[in-house]
Design a protein around this ligand. Sequence first.
Ligand code: GCU
Length: 444
Amino acid sequence: MKKTFILLVGLFLISVEGHSQLSQAQRDSINQLTQADHRLMMDRLGLESLRPGPSGNPQAPNAANTDESKVKLVNLPDPLVFEDGAPVKNVEDWKKRKQELFELFDREMYGRTPQNLPEVNWEIVWEKDSLIGETLTRYRKMKGLVDNSAFPEISVSIDFEYGVPKNVDKSVPLVLEFGWIWPAGMQRPTSPPGPSWQEQVLAEGWGFGVIIPTSYQADNGAGLRSGIIGLVNKGKPRKLEDWGTLKAWAWGASRALDFLATDSKINAQKVVIEGLSRYGKAALVTLAYDDRFSMGLIGSSGAGGAKLLKRVFGEQIENLASSGEYHWFTPNFIRYAGPMTQDDLPIDAHELIALCAPRPMFISVGSPTVEGQWIDGKGMFDAAVLAGPVYELFGKKPLPVREFPPLGTNLNSGDLAFRQHEGGHTVGPNWPFFIVWAERYLGK
Ligand code: GCU
């Protein structure tokens, strides 16, 4: 219990990532700008106040619900039914249904990615051969310079690095991660000992990539008038259906993929997107919206990611709509924290997962006693179950069971895979399970 609270405090500290170097005054200013932007969006939406979200501290009087008997699902939409009530009967129908779902997710939740986004010019900052684990690796540090000629006051660039096994003469698959920046000297606390995920994928003969989302879009509301979102809006506040940070992060991953596709060492048909927590949400959004990504490893994505938002368990829509997290979404989404509720949402996470069909997806979460219940592992599992029929439409295999499995069960027989590991807020212990499953698609 105590651990969960520590985790949440830790996450908060990390979410001001890199900001540990900032002075108190700078942090206060980020906070004030965030509050002001959140308030402005509420005013424009005609919202006076919002319902507060529950607390992630299990001891708090307003602790988030963790009692399964209190969960009810109201107005859960069926991905295989069109908005006019007609059934989706085949893959052709699904293509049209997908457009309806993209429209709803754009308008109500993640926002509209602008048309005509500026070009990104990639440059190699350095390239060297290094031994990573036991693999001699061609390691490149990249910078993606975003064309800002339309508004030179804001400059944006994408930090990205990747490595491929040096001594292979064919193109290789690559796993691309949305990477956290840990404040100087701080190690991710829950990482298991043993080889890093990069060492593991290299040993498999695959490449790895790490893109730094906060290099091109800050992880706070104050940053919405800069970064790629601010550049496109020429420094002005967002409009009510504008994209949020998750979609902006996804845009950056797509640009990295553009570059990877020009590297003859990479098999661009076999690029996996991976992320944890807020970056698990970003990875899922990336996979759903850019079908050039061939598969996903979605770590502890929780609310706003793979977890059913209509489930009142763990983190809630009110938390997502608060000033600390609203920037991940379109401003319109704030309405669901007052007067509307999760029951009014016309979409839910199972449909986001379904948008990734038929591409394989592995959903990962930690132990409820170590990671805590905030992430709601069962909410993500249930969403994956409900996305199953869409995978089946393509002749793909859904999860093999419908009942939430005991901790550690490796549900890897289908194209949708799920595993709840014994550790905390990390993908760590699930990497070897993911790799064995992914070999089926990527080869060794
Ligand atoms: C907070 C937030 C989650 C998010 C997590 C993280 O806990 O409420 O939605 O996933 O931070 O990104 O680590």
